[in-house]
Ligand binder design. Structure first.
Ligand code: CDP
Ligand code: CDP
Length: 244
């Protein structure tokens, strides 16, 4: 197990934290496969809120850049693309395991945006200042309407610093790689654990060391280490926080 970068439950003790009313804006940040979407979806269902996974926007830009044959290291070209494409995130139109539909220029790219080539390149694209500016503006507009659970890397720190509840969900890289591995096997696919682990680590490294909006907990975030917790336990703990 790697050393944890942050003291667990440090910013606020989970047990001590009490909210006066159900939070209207809930921000969930953390590294890949820490369980953000799983938790976010369940909270959104429980409260009847909009669930918004901001990662799909960076994935959509990356997918489109690859589709158009752009060099992902060409910041000017990728930024121009991010500033011009229309990304729509709509309620799921099919029951094939998707949480929502991701539509770019009329094409349903929900699953395409999860392909390995997007995984490999998305953190490069997401590190560009003006790509982030374009995405953040759209995310903030949606988030400020309230009754929303927004999930990403910089929601509590940059996108919605006024969020009523900020969760930073962590887990070791080994555990997170195991979760992704299990997901692929459960879908009947083939996977190499060591390869997944090294990709998870590479993405963590870029996401947490970039100059703009790096992955880190907000000062007032509740930090949860989910290594030894089931998804049900994480949900129960956060739901209890929301219920005050
Ligand atoms: O689902 P998973 O955690 O693997 O990734 P994701 O949430 O779909 O995010 C994909 C990538 O987008 C991340 O590795 C980050 O590079 C970037 N991202 C970001 O920079 N800021 C966000 N608010 C959300 C995602
Ligand atoms: O959104 P993010 O990339 O942070 O993670 P996710 O897509 O929610 O995937 C997490 C995976 O780990 C899912 O297969 C969950 O069932 C599983 N899991 C979890 O979410 N929370 C735990 N405490 C343990 C496992």
């Amino acid at each position: 197990m790697e050393n944890k970068k942050y003291p667990v439950d440090s910013a606020f003790s989970v047990a001590d934290r009490r909210l006066k009313s159900t939070p209207s804006i809930i921000a969930i940040d953390g590294p890949a496969a820490s369980g953000k979407s799983t938790l976010g979806r369940r909270l959104a269902d429980a409260f009847g809120y909009l669930f918004f996974d901001t990662g799909v926007m960076y994935r959509a830009v990356t997918w489109m850049a690859l589709q158009r044959g752009l060099d992902v290291y060409d910041e000017t070209a990728v930024t121009a693309l991010a500033e011009s494409i229309q990304i729509d995130v709509l309620p799921a139109s099919k029951s094939d395991g998707r949480v929502c539909d991701v539509i770019v220029e009329g094409r349903d790219i929900t699953w395409a945006a999860r392909r390995p080539e997007v995984d490999r390149n998305v953190s490069i694209v997401a590190a560009y200042r003006d790509v982030r500016r374009a995405m953040t503006e759209q995310q903030r507009r949606i988030g400020l309407r309230g009754n929303v659970v927004m999930v990403g890397r910089d929601i509590g720190t940059v996108v919605l610093p006024e969020a009523d509840l900020k969760i930073y969900l962590d887990a070791s890289a080994e555990e997170r790689a195991r979760r992704r591995f299990d997901e692929i096997i459960a879908r009947g696919g083939q996977a190499d654990y060591d390869e997944i682990l090294s990709k998870v680590r590479a993405r963590d490294r870029i996401d947490s060391t970039r100059a703009v909006a790096p992955l880190r907990p907000a000062e007032d975030a509740v930090i949860l280490d989910s290594d030894k917790m089931t998804a049900d336990e994480v949900f129960a703990k956060v739901k209890a926080l929301c219920d005050g």
